[in-house]
Design a protein around this ligand. Structure first.
Ligand SMILES: [Zn+2]
Length: 87
């Protein structure tokens, strides 16, 4: 399972880097989110530009993006507050 996760993270990193390089974060919303899913529920994620986080509303988790690489690990994720979920 660990290898599978690593491969997935690498894929995400490659996609994210490529999109960030061309400086179009709007495009990332569409293209990256086709590939990025929540590692727990496999549901769609929402990218929050302000916080640089990927949000899973179902699990109420925010996955950080560190050095342009999404960290899709439950251990690294931040729990969302009720207030954040309403947005
Ligand atoms: Zn989820």
């Amino acid at each position: 399972m660990a290898i599978e996760k690593f491969g997935y993270n690498e894929l995400c990193a490659a996609v994210l880097r490529g999109l960030l390089k061309i400086g179009d974060k709007k495009q990332m919303d569409n293209k990256l989110l086709d590939i990025l899913v929540c590692p727990l529920c496999k549901g769609a994620l929402v990218y929050k530009k302000e916080a640089d986080e990927l949000i899973c509303k179902f699990d109420r988790l925010a996955f950080p993006v560190k050095d342009e690489i999404p960290v899709m690990l439950e251990d690294e994720a931040r729990e969302l507050t009720a207030e954040e979920l309403e947005k």
